[in-house]
Design a binder for this molecule. Structure first.
Ligand code: ADP
Ligand code: MG
Length: 495
């Protein structure tokens, strides 16, 4: 008998079967991963356990006894707590007040501030955090806020903690702290349900993993007895074969983008490269090497930039977005939430933003043409959304990224710059984005691909520009690609 058992759990939302007869067990004191693509049902299952949702069918057994937490407080009383991605506290109240909500120490009817601070400090200490407990929660970073959530849970006696993609907005240092803390929680006998699709984390932290796909349970296995490629297959239900990109089979066309001696004070200097029609040219480099800054400058977003930019054989003024756009240059920036999409608009409206000039007649948007365009690209990119009228903010990262790419597809440009197109995107959507970039190159687009994932840039590019400290450290042709050659250039280590 498992410590914690899910038995035939089902949950429907209007239009979706989020969970369909899910059964598996979790051992006491284990770190149990819950894996699956976006929309697989992971968060829903975590929320049912933590009392945020109730299941339509099935039961949860804790030490053999059925439990049915109907709200988060009831779950807490059973020793179950969830660490949320979104803010879970009152932002204006201090850490101390938030931590002791519901159990404010008092003396003779007055709030005992000293006891409150001491108690909060003790709770924070138990998770290795030592911030000032008088700070308002609203001033904390996501990572710090998460520690406060964990402190609140552990400090009130939680035995089961559900983490939902805890590292998705943490820095590397914050993630490392969290991983140490997880190891420590385990030695204290706390059971962790760890939702993530980051393979490295699972293989490093977890003992067991369960895979969900389209709301169904696919497998539960010991981490020591499985392998990442097997888990990926279980997650997406098909084989991910790393094929040679199609675009490499044809000879590139004329030069679509030529950049010469591009410089921007304090950011980068002497950057020269060219991209032909039908080519994918990758940009590799460490964070801060200047790759995104170069991309922004080529797109005309850097007023301080100097040098020459030629698109389709014609010089365009440097530092002029309208000129770049007019010449057919597109940029899908790294931070698509802030720069690439308008979250308040729906999928269709986001798509047509870049092509409004083509869709409008005498200043009016041709609604029919707009819907047709949205339907065409939505289908072609296999965007998973209830409808193209749904708000873009509700889509998963991978699907938002597809819409951001489609915006430029619809524009028929000549040069497309994509900055970290698959960051934070799950494996299935990642493969689709790769295929899409390949297809774009096959159609004659010149693609500049910036990525910090070496396997990604190496597998998709015909040529690699490696940047270091704001300069081009070297350019490698495909037959010269190797992890070692690229890393040497990135780090500036001699041959
Ligand atoms: P995961 O966490 O694996 O990405 P979720 O559990 O969030 O998946 O979602 C599973 C399915 O249920 C998705 O299709 C999602 O759109 C849907 N869903 C989740 N929560 C709600 C909700 N509150 N209302 C409607 N549909 C929802
Ligand atoms: Mg989720």
């Amino acid at each position: 008998m498992s410590f914690l058992t899910f038995n035939g759990i089902s949950k429907r939302f209007p239009g979706v079967h989020a969970l369909d007869d899910v059964s598996f067990g979790v051992a006491r004191g284990s770190c149990h991963a819950l894996m699956g693509e976006n929309g697989a049902g992971k968060s829903t299952l975590g929320k049912i356990l933590a009392g945020v949702y109730t299941a339509d069918a099935g039961e949860i057994l804790l030490e053999g006894r059925p439990i049915r937490p109907t709200d988060p407080l009831a779950a807490r009383a059973l020793g179950i707590a969830m660490v949320h991605q979104e803010l879970a506290f009152c932002p204006q109240m201090s850490i101390a007040e938030n931590l002791c909500l519901g159990a404010m120490p008092s003396r003779g009817g007055w709030l005992d501030r000293k006891a409150l601070r001491a108690e909060a400090t003790r709770m924070l200490g138990s998770v290795g955090a030592d911030f000032d407990v008088d700070l308002p929660v609203g001033e904390l970073t996501t990572g710090q806020e998460q520690l406060v959530q964990i402190a609140a849970a552990v400090g009130t006696g939680a035995r089961i903690l559900v983490f939902d993609e805890p590292t998705s907005s943490l820095s590397v240092a914050e993630s490392e702290h969290l991983f140490r803390l997880l190891a420590d929680l385990k030695t204290r006998g706390i059971t962790v349900l760890y939702v993530s699709h980051r393979m490295e984390e699972i293989f490093r932290l977890c003992d067991t993993l369960s895979v969900l796909r389209d709301g169904r349970h696919v497998a539960t296995e010991a981490v020591a007895e499985t392998r990442p490629d097997r888990v990926i297959r279980q997650m997406i239900g098909r084989e991910l074969v790393a094929q040679e990109p199609e675009h490499l089979r044809s000879t590139p066309g004329e030069v679509a983008l030529r950049v010469a001696e591009l410089a921007s004070p304090g950011k980068f200097q002497d950057v020269s490269f060219e991209v032909r029609r039908g080519e994918v040219v990758g940009f590799a480099g460490l964070v801060g090497a200047g790759r995104s800054e170069v991309a922004q400058a080529v797109f005309g977003l850097d007023p301080a930039a100097t040098g020459r930019i030629e698109v389709g054989g014609r010089d365009i003024p440097v530092g002029d977005v309208h000129a770049a756009l007019g010449a057919g240059v597109g940029l899908v920036p790294e931070d698509r939430k802030r720069q690439g999409l308008v979250l308040a608009l729906n999928c269709r409206e986001n798509l047509s933003l870049a092509v409004l000039h083509r869709l409008s007649r005498f200043g009016w948007i041709d609604a029919e043409a707009e819907s047709a365009l949205a339907a065409r690209y939505g289908d072609r990119l296999r965007v998973k959304t209830p409808s193209m009228e749904s708000p873009i903010a509700g889509l998963s990262g991978g699907n938002q990224q597809k819409i951001a790419l489609a915006k430029w597809l619809a524009r028929d440009g000549s040069v497309l710059i994509v900055d970290e197109p698959t960051r934070g995107v799950d494996v299935g959507a990642k493969a689709e984005i790769h295929r899409l970039l390949d297809e774009l190159a096959c159609q004659g687009l010149a693609v500049v691909l910036i990525s910090s994932e070496l396997p990604e840039v190496m597998s998709l590019s015909r040529r690699l520009v490696v940047m270091r400290g704001g300069r081009v450290a070297g350019v490698l042709e495909r037959d010269e690609f190797s992890q070692e050659s690229v890393l040497r250039l990135m780090a500036g280590v001699g041959q």
